[in-house]
Ligand binder design. Sequence first.
Ligand code: CMP
Length: 136
Amino acid sequence: MSEVEQTLSIIKPDAVERNLSDKIKNIFIKNNLKIKESKKIQITKDEAAEFYKVHQSKPFYNDLCSYLSSGPIIVMILEGKNAVLFNRKLMGATNPINAEKNTIRKLYGISIDKNSIHGSDSIDNAKNEIKFFFKT
Ligand code: CMP
């Protein structure tokens, strides 16, 4: 049975800078993911470090946190059937080189770092990530 879920999506600095936000949002809308909330913000490196703390032991952690805080981002709550997994399918593989045709990262990603978009990878992480950006 498919369930209506919410997931967190972030349009990363490389895509915001290249004015790709509307194109990316249209991909969600066309695929029946509702954009329930959306805001353009810039976060500090400390906030990025907190957001990505699951990756703190990884060699790319410092660069990742510098990058996410390097410019404006758009954070969104997406809602739809199986939204967490479905959004990850629409995004494509983390490294744009490996992403399937017509996925967001294949269309717009530049590199594994500048891969244009982030999406929660599980229902639990989606809840935490939504709380992180949209405290009620
Ligand atoms: P994202 O889905 O936002 O989650 C963590 C990010 O780390 C990932 O996208 C990539 O942009 C970035 N990253 C950089 N290097 C790697 C790597 N070797 N493996 C996975 N993610 C990486």
